[in-house]
Ligand binder design. Structure first.
Ligand SMILES: [Zn+2]
Length: 250
């Protein structure tokens, strides 16, 4: 059976002289891995070699979901090569590669997440517009939080996970922590029960409790938040994501 979908490539590796194994995040189907036979030939059923972040319409056969699907058509959206502008800026490219790595790790084959697809597409579009480092960090953090939400791991960021005291209602200057095992913020009264807690600055906690502040945050706050998120992803995955070291270089 042939299936049509709209998809973004999140991984592409050479399989032979002329073929590739590609992983797409598809809007309706979810994540699929397929063999693209002959995709590296000058003339093929595809609009040229498929690269990471190639975006467009795909047709694939998925007769047996235990095996690789076969990609039968790929047509770039807008007749372009996709998000080619991303490679103009190394930090931007690394943020996008990090997002693709997380998307790949946190989704399952044939598990559809159309909202996450839309968020990822928007993230790539925003990233392509020549962003500064602070803007890229803000985009990355917001995408990572929407990824966690869409895969059912949304952290609690507006209250203490343990005692439910709302962040807004806390006493000023109270210490606030993030705990990966609790999946959210932990207040001063509860922190003793969560040995994995990380103390947050008030600015970073404010941003997490009110995500609208992230877009206007300073680089050091964004790096603090990203450091906490990388720690959290590491705990969730059982090992550090490969691309993390290219984002947190300090
Ligand atoms: Zn508490």
């Amino acid at each position: 059976m042939l299936t049509k979908d709209t998809a973004i490539c999140i991984s592409a590796v050479d399989y032979s002289e002329t073929s590739q194994i590609v992983t797409f995040f598809a809007r309706a189907a979810g994540k699929i891995s397929a063999i693209a036979k002959g995709s590296k030939r000058p003339k093929s059923a595809f609009d040229g070699t498929i690269e990471i972040f190639s975006y467009g319409k795909i047709v694939f056969s998925d007769s047996n979901k235990e095996k690789l699907a076969t990609l039968t058509e790929f047509e770039f959206a807008y007749g372009s090569a996709g998000f080619t502008g991303l490679s103009n800026n190394l930090f931007t490219m690394n943020c996008c590669l990090f997002s693709a790595e997380l998307l790949n790790k946190f989704t399952h084959d044939y598990d559809p997440h159309p909202q996450l697809f839309d968020d990822f597409l928007q993230f790539l579009q925003n990233s392509q517009e020549g962003n500064k480092k602070t803007e890229m960090l803000a985009l990355l953090i917001l995408f990572q939080l929407s990824l966690l939400k869409e895969v059912g791991l949304r952290p609690v960021l507006n209250a203490c996970v343990n005692c439910k005291t709302r962040y807004e209602g806390r006493k000023t200057r109270d210490e606030i922590y993030f705990s990966s095992s609790a999946n959210g913020l932990i207040c001063r009264d509860c922190e003793g029960a969560f040995p994995d807690r990380i103390r947050l600055t008030e600015t970073a906690a404010d941003c997490l409790a009110n995500l609208k502040l992230i877009a206007e945050s300073q680089e050091k706050t964004l790096i603090e938040i990203e450091t906490v998120l990388v720690h959290h992803f590491t705990e969730l995955l059982g090992r550090k994501p490969k691309m993390a070291k290219y984002i947190l270089t300090l």
